[in-house]
Each structure stands twice: as C-alpha cells, then as structure tokens.
Design a protein. Structure first.
Length: 71
C-alpha cells in the first residue's frame, strides 16, 4: 500500500510530504528544532499553539523564519 503524498513549498522550495501533514510535522521534515522556528502559511502567521491542529494542503506556501535573540 503506498502513502499518498502532496507537495508544499517552504521558502519557495518544494517539500514532498504525506497527505494529512500538520504544521507541527514540518520542523522534523526540515530537520530543524521547532523551538527556533516560526511559520507563515500562505502569508498568514500561524501561532505555535495552533501547529498541532493546522492541517496543510497541497500547494501551500510556507515561509519559515529562524528566531534569533540578541542585541
């Protein structure tokens, strides 16, 4: 049985992923720590508290931002 896939775009780069991928799954797909990331999906910021319930769709455009503290 094959897994159905879709393509999302992270910073304009295609990222194949399983159907029903949640925004909370994306950091692992990118091999990046979630605590240092922020996302906008289709130009709308999605708060971290919503990631676990935010289902992605084929063709969604994600902007990934790395958070850096400092002065």
């Amino acid at each position: 049985m094959s897994v159905m896939t879709m393509t999302i775009y992270v910073n304009q780069q295609p990222l194949p992923c399983p159907m029903n991928t949640l925004l909370a799954d994306v950091p692992a797909l990118l091999q990046l720590p979630a605590q240092h990331l922020a996302f906008a999906v289709n130009h709308t910021i999605v708060h971290r508290q919503q990631w676990a319930d935010f289902a992605l769709n084929h063709g969604d455009q994600l902007d990934a931002f790395t958070l850096v503290a400092g002065g």
